[in-house]
Design a protein around this ligand. Structure first.
Ligand code: EPU
Length: 350
């Protein structure tokens, strides 16, 4: 294990780490915060050693790319930064490629690598910020595909007991932006994820934006790379690049309401985008509700509601978690007053 940055030191456990670490560059929102201790984990063995020699006292925070995180203040415990690398084809089955990646691999680089290797299936999830290990936690989904549809299994360490466990699809209990891991924050540290990429490959072009983009490019029978390129173009137009403007992607989940509630809303607002769910309920477009409530492109202090996609909050410079919470609360209140729908935040608050 290695430690980067200043304040490099061997902490009491003999494990190299960093004290009073700056977290502002480790969260894509760019929120200012510090951690009492930061450990960078380059392998599952390093984690096991750290847990064995020093059962962590106080709160723990497992950090991947920090792209779905709102730091509401300094963190008094230990941040475990997952930097476990590696990617390989595990098995070629008649109906699937089984590909494995270390939790610390960059998600988008991994997706493009699978495409270059000739193992398509993740292309709709191109350009999503963050790491491979973070992807199952919120069951990342975009442009007609959810991670759960390409998931095989994963390995995780129970930070309470140190035990290593494998999770199959059913064990993860994936839902919309949800999983068992999201429901027990700080308990599991995911070390590796395996993907099941179906053979033969079939393009997923049901999402209207993707179909439109391919049409505009004159592509009728898209390859996986075409779809990846189309998704990248759409995302670049709509979503701010965290390297340039601090943000955590969609700040709110799209609310799922009963069919009757949706019908009532539609009577008053016929243009409201809504998507039927398998259970008969309807998912509403939170971005539309926020835009109609007048928040798109508006700022409150140093945090803004992004001008090209109202579902995203952006750091205009120097924002803290409290600034984010202030504008989020104002948006929730206004949407609820107007539409009777209560929006829920999507990122993890720490
Ligand atoms: N809309 C508006 N105004 C806005 C934004 C959206 O009217 O400011 C409308 C759009 O016109 C469209 C509908 O809302 O009719 C849906 O918009 P979009 O296709 O942009 O998708 P979204 O529902 O806003 C979700 C995900 C995104 C994902 C896209 C594409 C959530 C919380 N967000 O956004 O995920 O990229 O679909 O699949 O489900 C993320 O989770 O961080 C994320 C970016």
């Amino acid at each position: 294990m290695q430690a980067d940055g200043q304040a490099r030191m061997a902490v009491d456990t003999g494990v190299a780490g960093e004290r009073d670490a700056d977290l502002s560059t480790l969260n894509t929102f760019g929120l200012r915060a510090r951690a009492a201790r930061l450990l960078r984990l380059r392998s599952a063995e390093a984690l096991a050693a750290a847990l064995a020699t020093a059962p962590q006292q106080g709160p723990r925070l497992v950090l991947g790319g920090g792209s779905n995180l709102v730091l509401t203040g300094d963190f008094p415990g230990t941040v475990l930064k997952v930097e476990i690398g590696g990617r390989r084809l595990l098995r070629a089955e008649p109906t699937a490629w089984i590909v494995e990646a270390g939790a610390g691999e960059n998600w988008h680089d991994f997706v493009r690598w699978t495409l270059a290797q000739g193992w398509p299936g993740l292309e709709n999830l191109s350009l999503i910020p963050g790491t491979v290990g973070a992807a199952p936690i919120q069951n990342i989904g975009a442009y007609g595909l959810e991670l759960a549809e390409r998931f095989d299994s994963l390995d995780a360490v129970d930070l309470d007991s140190g035990a290593v466990r494998s999770f199959g699809l059913a064990d993860c209990d994936f839902g919309y932006r949800d999983s068992v891991f999201k429901r027990s924050p700080g308990r599991w540290l995911i070390t590796a994820v395996r993907f099941r990429l179906p053979r033969p490959w079939q393009p997923v072009t049901r999402y209207a934006d993707v179909a439109r983009e391919l049409e505009a490019r004159g592509i009728e029978a898209p390859s996986a790379l075409d779809i990846s390129d189309a998704v990248i173009a759409i995302r670049r137009r709509k979503l701010p690049d965290p390297a340039e403007i601090g943000n955590a992607g969609s700040f709110f989940k799209n609310p799922v309401v009963e069919a009757a509630a949706c019908a009532r809303l539609l009577a008053a607002h016929p243009a409201l985008p809504h998507y039927p769910q398998p259970d008969g309920r309807e998912k509403l477009a939170a971005g539309w509700l926020i835009e109609q409530a007048g928040w798109k492109g508006r700022d409150l202090g140093p945090v803004g509601c992004y001008e090209h996609q109202a579902l995203v909050l952006v750091n205009r410079g120097g924002a803290t978690g409290a600034d984010v919470q202030r504008i989020a609360a104002a948006i929730v209140a206004e949407v609820e007053a107007r539409f009777g729908v209560r929006l829920e935040p999507e990122p993890v608050f720490v």
